[in-house]
Write a protein that binds this ligand. Structure first.
Ligand code: R5P
Length: 284
């Protein structure tokens, strides 16, 4: 199987190819002066290929379509470690598109004999829009293993909202720690408020777990709230470090101790690799 790393997943693709002992294709990614994306795969393709490309931006979706078009004669395993638009998984207001479905359906024609994998996709229901077998991989325990190395005092694993409780519970059970969640209300794309739950955090070390950190607003609000309640050290653990704009500054201004995240997106905080998870899945 040849591994093809899209422009937003080059490091991860390299790691996966290394773990699997498979060839990593040489690709060229550029864009024309008018902004249109240009892709070329310079290696000869195998009958079976794994395309690995996260889609944090619209252009990344175009690069992915271009890669799949080049691979149309191969059997494709498509890995989208971070699936952008997964938060647009419903029609919230009349006149809106179901964008996650539109993206999946744009990819479907290239995947007739293929399969799809995502990692901690925000809404697993999005996978139903793929016409080929689609599976979501869970990186929570990779995060939990890293949390174990932090040597925390009387830790609590906290979800900033009900949506990530399963993740917090699974990490907590792995670590033998307690878990809880905060009640979150989102007022707009970047404005979030939280009400405390019945958790005793005074003097304890906390890890707030979520699938992603985007603007950082959710996490910054949670950190400030928990520190006001007397938390000792507050760490963040997220699968996808989207980290738009000044998210990192916001988080450090709120008093975060450290940010743990995976390489589904290649950022400075991506110290945990999901490559073993992907390599094992592709092998099977
Ligand atoms: C929302 O339900 C997600 O799980 C995250 O909590 C959210 O998307 C994070 O976004 P932000 O960092 O912009 O608050």
């Amino acid at each position: 199987m040849m591994i093809i790393g899209g422009p937003s997943s080059q490091l991860l693709a390299g790691r996966v190819a290394g773990l699997m002992g498979e060839d990593l294709a040489l690709c060229d990614y550029r864009h024309f002066p008018d902004g249109e994306a240009y892709t070329q795969i310079l290696s000869d393709l195998d009958e079976e290929v794994a395309v690995i490309q996260s889609t944090p931006t619209d252009r990344d979706i175009i690069y992915l379509l271009q890669l799949l078009d080049i691979c149309k004669d191969s059997r494709v395993s498509l890995v989208i470690p971070y699936f952008g638009y997964a938060r647009q998984d419903k029609i919230f207001q009349p006149g809106e598109p179901l964008t996650a479905r539109a993206v999946a359906q744009a990819l479907n024609p290239f995947l007739e004999a293929g399969r799809v994998f995502t990692v901690n996709i925000h809404a697993p229901s999005v996978l139903d829009h793929f016409s080929s077998p689609a599976r979501n991989l869970d990186a929570t325990l990779l995060l939990a293993d890293k949390i174990r190395d932090l040597d925390l005092r009387d830790p609590v694993i906290i979800s900033p909202d009900k949506g990530a409780v399963r993740m917090a519970r699974s990490a907590a059970e792995h670590l033998g720690a307690e878990y809880d969640y905060l009640e979150k209300t989102r007022h707009s794309g970047s404005e979030v408020s939280m009400a405390p739950k019945e958790i005793q955090v005074n003097g304890r070390d906390l890890v707030i777990c979520d699938d992603m950190i985007a603007t950082g607003e959710t996490m910054a609000t949670a950190i400030a709230l928990l520190r006001r309640q007397g938390a000792r050290r507050v760490y963040l653990a997220a699968v996808h470090p989207v980290l738009t704009g000044s998210a990192i500054l916001k988080l450090y201004r709120s008093g975060v101790e450290a940010i743990l995240a995976t390489d589904t997106l290649d950022r400075g905080v991506s110290t945990i690799s999901v490559a073993p998870l992907i390599a094992e899945t592709l092998r099977s």
